[in-house]
Design a protein around this ligand. Structure first.
Ligand SMILES: NC(=O)c1ccc[n+]([C@@H]2O[C@H](COP(=O)([O-])OP(=O)(O)OC[C@H]3O[C@@H](n4cnc5c(N)ncnc54)[C@H](OP(=O)(O)O)[C@@H]3O)[C@@H](O)[C@H]2O)c1
Length: 343
């Protein structure tokens, strides 16, 4: 392959999500950066709209959003595309987190889940959500109750399949526990109520923890895996310079791996991805190598790189054509572990 992109999605690699065998393009599109988490001054609605259209044109059909992105504006933006192109897209959204002035709180009450789903459907301008994910469990509500309400939405035809997002916080981990122990316990509980079709969790070259237990758990049960933050919040693309500085509303302004010192310390990871990229052609990029590495973790894995620019969307979609060699994998496995931790 090359950095080339390819129009038309007849030949794009497809992957399936869960036992319900919902087919999607191998590389999805994370829509969060269009409305949330990164610098608001760089969010441009029209450019984002073009990026979503481009993703669909290129067969990146899985659009991952959440009601809390914005809040709400990300779903509204997608709704503008979906009202024209619903059949081209696989709509994946989330419920369970509410945004307050300075905080985010979980709400897993069944009545709230029902109302939130109707509101998401209205914003998305569709009558069905392909994958409805529980963003975070509510500590005040047994997860079975929340999941039961979500299962009712499948029975009512408002939702096709259910997914669970991993409890991500590294800082909340008990000493000696592995990152995804809590998530796996939650998965075991909700599976008793209604089948899980997909799990979403961070997975990238610099955050590989999901490989330990979570990815094998999914593979053994035919559950799909949506790899969030596959580009390390942009770091693995090699386009961010150490000390670049982030606006206060950008999550990277507080992220321990994005201090000038840690960005400099982690450059060998980007250099390694760049070395691999060069072997595949002058137009191949570190971002594409980072995505090809995620894609190679299993046929049940679909990375959802976040992007709000058409150019990135095209580059990322083309990563599905990049096949890493054994030598590439061996070199990536030898890269130093990322420095900068929440712990
Ligand atoms: N379930 C959860 O709790 C959870 C948490 C976090 C994220 N997620 C999901 O995961 C998705 C991806 O995560 P993320 O967006 O935070 O991180 P990411 O995909 O690792 O990185 C996104 C960043 O990389 C940049 N980028 C994308 N493609 C690029 C390319 N080819 N070259 C250079 N830069 C590129 C984007 O820039 P631009 O913004 O300028 O386009 C954006 O700033 C989100 O959209 C969301 O759907 C889920």
């Amino acid at each position: 392959m090359g950095g080339r992109e390819r129009e038309g999605h007849d030949q794009v690699e497809r992957r399936t999500i869960g036992a319900t065998a919902l087919a999607v393009g191998a590389v999805g599109l994370g829509c969060m950066p269009m409305s949330w988490a990164y610098s608001t001054s760089r969010q441009r609605g029209e450019e984002s709209l073009r990026a979503v259209h481009r993703a669909l044109d290129l067969g990146s059909t899985l659009l991952d959003t959440a009601d809390m992105y914005g809040p709400f504006t990300n779903e509204l933006l997608l709704g503008r595309v979906l009202r024209e192109r619903r059949s081209d897209a696989f709509v994946s959204t989330k419920v369970g987190l509410l945004v307050g002035d300075q905080h985010v709180v979980a709400n897993g009450r069944p009545g709230y889940v029902r109302r939130a789903c109707d509101a998401s459907l209205r914003r998305l301008q569709t009558d069905v959500i392909d994958l409805y994910q529980l963003h975070r469990a509510d500590p005040e509500v047994p997860i079975e109750e929340t999941w039961g309400a979500m299962a009712d939405l499948v029975r009512a035809g408002k939702v096709r399949a259910l997914g669970l997002c991993a409890v991500g916080a590294r800082s909340a981990r008990r000493p000696g526990a592995r990152l995804h122990d809590t998530t796996i316990r939650q998965l075991e509980r909700v599976q008793q109520v209604f089948p899980v079709s997909a799990v979403q969790a961070e997975l990238s070259v610099w955050s590989p923890e999901a490989l330990e237990t979570l990815l094998p758990w999914c593979e053994a049960r035919g559950v799909g895996f949506l790899a969030a933050m596959p580009l390390g919040n942009g770091f693995l693309t090699g386009t961010l310079t150490p000390g670049v500085g982030f606006e206060p509303d950008d999550l990277r302004a507080r992220h321990p791996r994005f201090t000038a010192e840690m960005m400099a310390a982690n450059q060998p990871i980007v250099a390694g991805l760049r070395r691999v990229a060069r072997r595949h052609g002058e137009h191949v990029t570190p971002a594409q190598v980072a995505l090809a590495w995620v894609l190679a973790r299993g046929r049940h894995v679909v990375p959802v790189p976040g992007a709000k620019r058409e150019r990135w969307v095209a580059e990322n979609a083309a990563a599905a054509e990049l096949r890493l060699t054994e030598r590439d994998h061996a070199e990536i496995a030898e890269l130093p572990a990322a420095r900068g931790s929440w712990d």
